[in-house]
Each structure stands twice: as structure tokens, then as C-alpha cells.
Design a binder for this molecule. Structure first.
Ligand SMILES: NC(=O)CC[C@H](N)C(=O)O
Length: 581
């Protein structure tokens, strides 16, 4: 993952302090560069604002490191790009995505050098709004004197902002020692600051103006009228949750349903973008060494969502590529006081072992490296403060219990069992790309509250709950998770949050995703063959069955903090929603 820092100040160049610099470097260990500008560049320095820009890069696309910030003096553009652009519209991006996007911006804007600020703004935001993939960015357009910034609509990458009387800063992470007040950049649109109108000298604070998705979609309509083509951003995001209710003619979900076939193909496409073409970080390694060096690691509790990712990845990756499965287990003094092996009794360790066994049975020609990451309580305590700072501004007990599990999983240091013996050797995953099953519960009704909503008010209740989940994904926790995971110079990717898969799931009727049924819907009688499976995420369960993973298909949902036992570690009576003290 990359790091972004961008500050605008009335009189000084504000650079990140040593600690923030170190944190930015941890996210982007491959390159680190800075640029400084005064704007507008008038002779009278009093009218200028100072821009200090710094980017760090974790290089994951193309065959060489592309340093950032990207700058083109002739076009007057500077770009900090954090994340991955998989597609622009429907066109997949190959090579380095930051470079591709930058060139597209330059080409589009060169035709509008003399155009009004508004036109340039529309050109920039339309192009960036049509990017599919997880990202955050800051773009400085010197010609119009505008700073654009934002995050993808699902908020998969972090970007924080800090407003003061005389300055405005953006950064992937915040500083928490001073009185700075950092908050997450919202994901309800892109933002723009007009430096010429908005300088702090006018006595005003710098106020970014939002360009909401709905206004961007309206603009897209205009461009559609002009050139006849429909932009992917519109296709993807105009869609609302399909709230259709089943009738007596609707067919229930069975192993032969079209939706099982379609989710398989969507997941495969999503994974193709995310796991093929990952550059090797060790160009000088010998070929035999390279085959055992995993390029991807899966955050692996052994549950349904991550096991399915593992199973489908197997079909896409060459057989000789090892896949690492990162499984965390914590010593929790509230539970473990007298147990000799606290880790082996952890629920996710038990499920992890079972699911890797099933993977090995079903895909025997692949090396699955099960990495046991055991975290003694002393290590939890040692790292607690660092994790609390990384996850801020999130600051509840529940945030911490989730962040703890992600932090240690992403660190990727554990033990692996040596082939044919009972001994375990120390291991650190070299993979820089991590895959997570997040999003499957929201899209396919996997949480207990979905079942509760159904029990209370049938499909209507379930649809309301699903709608709520989908609408708040961008606002929830992905920025937090990015800050915690990227600290280890690795990047997390979410196959279930692929835009096309997401749009498909929204458009698919609820009875083709879950197996809930009522007596008013006679076709879906509970005795049918496929109904031994739980109703939550039934579509994914059927796919697991189809791919030979019967046992995984039956896994029950378990929240990460309970599976890894990071919840409620001390004797105090706390609730998940309590603020950290
Ligand atoms: N990890 C990142 O955010 C890197 C940005 C860009 N995708 C690159 O690989 O260069």
C-alpha cells in the first residue's frame, strides 16, 4: 500500500513529523518522494499558499517501481495515487495503474487547457469516478488551482483530513499526540478545494466542496447523451438493491440455480484481477526458490468466505505457486488461565485446520502453507498502543479487538509444520498481497441479524437489513483495516467487494442469495435436498459444495474477534461499543 501526505498552509511548508514519516514509509517501503509548491506563483509571496506533498509506494503493478508523486510540468498536474485501479469503465488496466491513470488525465486535460475551471473539474472527476478498484488519491491541478481528493465509494483505502485555522492536510494516517483533529474523508463523493478562491488569507478556512455521486452520475448522463456510451461508474452505481419478493412462481435456490453458476464466474473474474500479475519482489531468486515463495496469502479463519476464495484461487494460479493461509489465535487470559495450549483451542484454529485439510484433499497438487500465528498475551499488550494509534480515529473496544486480529495476521509471522514431521519452523510470509473474505456477509446475508430480521419480518425485514449493510459499507471500517494492515508493507484485497460482483449481488433477487423461506412460499419447502445448509449465504454454501468443499459449506458464521479470541481480554466489564479508555 502506498502512503499519501498533502498539506496546504498559509505561510509554511508543513511536512510530516518523524513518526508520521516512519508510518508512511512502512506503508510504502519501495520509494519515498516529496514535492513543494507555492500557489499561485505570483511575485508577491503573501498571496501564495504552500503545498507540501509526500508519497511512499508499495509497488504492486507493472515491471518496475513507479515513484510518486507523479508530476507532469507541461500539463501542470501532480498525482498521489494509493491503491489499485483494476478497470476504467469496462477496460481492464494492465501495467502500472498509477501511470495509466495519470496519462489518461493528462490526455483528457490537454484538450481543455484553456477551458474553464468547471470544465477541467468535470473532466477529472468523471475520469476518476469511472475507476473500478480500491483507491484514495490527491490530485493537484496547477492550471485551475484546484486540489481534488477522495476515496473509492466503498472506502477500501484510508485517507484522513485535518483542518486548522491556517491549514488543511490530508494523509493516509493521522498524528495523535498534538491537538490535531484528523477525521476520515467521507466516501459520499469526491472533494475539491479551489486554492485561488479559498486561500486562508481571505480569513476563511479552507473548505473542500463535495461533488456527490448523484451529481457525478448526472454529469455522466450528459456525456452519455453526447457520445452514446454509458460509463461503467453509472452502470455499477445507479443500481439499487433488488427488493423483489418471491411469488409462488419463483424457483428456490438449488445447486442447479443460475445464480450459483453466476457467482462462480463473478468470483473467478474478481480473483483474476486481484491475484494474477502480481510482480515478483525477488527478481534475483533462483527459479526453484521462487516457486515456494508465495505471492498471495489469505486471511484464513477456515470459514466459508475465505475458504471459497482459496478454492477458486487454486483454479487460477499455476499449480507450483504456494498459497499461504494466515491463521491467528490469541492467548486470552480471561479464557485461558489454566490451559496449556491456548492457541490450539481457539475456534478459528480448529476450523482453520479442518478447512485446510479439506483444501488439501480437494486440491492435492497445490502446496497450502498453513501459517499458525500464535499471539501470547504479552505481545498483545506490547503492541496495543501502536494498534490503537493506527486504527484511529476509530476508537472503541470492538475496533481494537478486530484490529488486533488483523494487525497480527498481516504481520505474517508464525510457524509452519514441516512436511511429514510434527515439528514447526518459524516462518514469515513474503506475500505482499493479502486476500480477505470481507463483504460476503453483507452481500449474501451472513450475519445473525439477517436471520433475526427474517424471523421478525420475513423477506421485507431481511431486505431492509441488507440494504442498510450495503449502503454503509463505505462509511464503516475499511479505512481502519487498511491503516492497520498496510503497516506491514502489504496490501489487502477484497474479492467480494469487486464492483461487478457487488453490482450483480445487488441486482440478484434475495431468494437467489439466501435460503430463508416461509410457509407462504411453498416452493421453498424446508425438506428439499439443498436445505441441509444454513440459509445465511446459502449461495456461497452451494458453490462450496459444487467445488467439493462439503465441510466448508456448513461452516457457521463467527465474528473474527470471537474466532481469534481477541474480544474481552481483560477482567473489566466492557461492551464492544465502549470507547477505549
Ligand atoms: N500499493 C499502492 O498503492 C501502489 C500504487 C500502484 N498500484 C502501484 O503499484 O504502483
Amino acid at each position: 500500500m502506498c502512503g499519501i501526505y498533502f498539506s496546504i498552509d498559509k505561510s509554511d511548508f508543513l511536512w510530516p513529523d518523524a513518526k508520521l514519516k516512519y508510518l508512511l514509509h512502512s506503508r510504502g517501503p519501495d520509494s519515498q518522494h516529496s514535492l513543494a509548491f507555492s500557489h499561485p506563483q505570483k511575485t508577491s509571496a503573501e498571496n501564495s499558499v504552500c503545498l507540501a506533498i509526500q508519497s511512499t509506494v508499495l509497488s504492486l503493478r507493472g515491471d518496475q517501481v513507479v515513484s510518486q508523486p507523479l508530476q507532469d510540468e507541461a500539463a501542470g498536474l501532480v498525482l498521489c495515487w494509493n491503491g489499485e485501479a483494476w478497470k476504467i469503465g469496462e477496460c481492464p488496466i494492465s501495467g502500472n495503474d498509477a501511470q495509466v491513470i495519470f496519462h489518461m488525465l493528462i490526455t483528457a486535460l490537454t484538450q481543455h487547457v484553456a477551458s474553464s475551471t468547471d470544465t477541467r473539474q468535470v473532466v477529472i472527476t468523471q475520469l476518476l469516478a469511472s475507476v473500478a478498484g480500491p483507491f484514495s488519491f490527491v490530485l493537484f491541478d496547477q492550471i485551475s488551482g484546484q486540489v481534488h481528493f477522495g476515496r473509492d465509494r466503498l472506502g477500501r483505502r484510508s485517507l484522513l483530513q485535518c483542518q486548522k485555522l491556517d491549514s488543511f492536510s490530508l494523509c493516509s494516517l493521522g498524528t495523535w499526540e498534538s491537538n490535531d483533529h484528523w477525521s476520515e474523508v467521507a466516501t459520499d463523493g469526491f472533494y475539491v478545494i479551489n486554492l485561488t478562491e479559498n486561500t486562508p488569507q481571505n480569513g476563511n478556512r479552507i473548505r473542500p466542496i463535495i461533488q456527490s455521486w448523484s451529481s457525478l452520475n448526472a454529469q455522466t448522463h450528459c456525456s452519455q447523451n453526447q457520445n452514446g456510451s454509458l460509463s461503467a461508474s453509472e452502470v455499477i452505481w445507479q443500481g439499487h438493491l433488488n427488493k423483489e419478493l418471491p411469488t409462488s412462481d419463483s424457483s428456490p435456490l438449488t445447486p442447479a440455480s443460475y445464480s450459483v453458476h453466476e457467482i462462480e464466474s463473478n468470483l473467478r473474474h474478481s480473483l483474476q484481477l486481484r491475484i494474477l500479475d502480481i510482480p515478483s519482489t525477488h527478481p534475483n531468486q533462483q527459479a526453484e526458490m521462487l516457486t515456494s515463495m508465495s505471492k498471495i496469502a489469505i486471511l484464513f479463519s477456515g470459514g466459508l468466505d475465505c475458504s471459497l476464495i482459496a478454492r477458486v484461487s487454486h483454479e487460477l494460479l499455476p499449480c507450483h505457486e504456494t498459497i499461504d493461509l494466515l491463521n491467528v489465535a490469541f492467548e486470552n487470559p480471561r479464557i485461558h488461565n489454566n490451559i496449556s495450549s491456548p492457541f490450539e483451542t481457539c475456534p478459528d484454529r480448529i476450523t482453520g485446520h479442518q478447512s485446510v485439510e479439506e483444501l488439501r484433499r480437494v486440491c492435492p497438487n497445490r502446496t497450502w502453507r498453513f501459517v499458525e500465528i500464535d499471539v501470547p498475551y504479552s505481545e498483545t499488550i506490547e503492541n496495543r498502543q501502536t494498534i490503537i494509534e493506527l486504527m484511529k480515529p476509530h476508537n472503541t473496544e470492538m475496533d481494537l479487538s478486530i484490529a488486533l486480529a488483523l494487525y497480527f495476521a498481516a504481520r505474517g509471522i508464525g510457524k509452519v509444520q514441516d512436511a511429514g514431521t510434527a515439528t514447526r519452523s518459524a516462518y514469515r510470509t513474503p506475500a505482499r498481497v493479502l486476500l480477505s473474505g470481507l463483504g460476503a456477509d453483507e452481500l449474501f446475508g451472513g450475519y445473525q441479524r439477517h436471520a433475526t430480521a427474517f424471523a421478525r419480518s420475513h423477506f421485507e425485514g431481511l431486505l431492509d437489513e441488507l440494504n442498510l449493510d450495503i449502503s454503509r459499507i463505505g462509511k464503516r471500517n475499511l479505512g481502519r483495516d487498511d491503516r492497520v494492515i498496510s503497516h506491514w508493507g502489504r496490501e489487502v484485497r477484497y474479492p467480494y467487494l469487486d464492483e461487478t460482483l457487488f453490482a450483480w449481488a445487488m441486482a440478484t433477487p434475495v431468494w437467489q442469495k439466501c435460503g430463508f423461506w416461509t410457509s407462504e412460499w411453498p416452493h421453498a419447502d424446508g425438506k428439499s435436498k439443498a436445505n441441509f445448509l444454513e440459509p445465511g449465504k446459502k449461495l456461497l454454501r452451494l458453490l462450496a459444495c459444487k467445488l467439493g468443499m462439503q465441510q466448508v459449506a456448513n461452516e457457521k458464521k463467527r465474528a473474527i474477534q470471537f474466532g481469534a479470541r481477541t474480544a474481552k481480554m481483560d477482567a473489566r466489564k466492557t461492551k464492544g461499543t465502549d470507547m477505549l479508555s
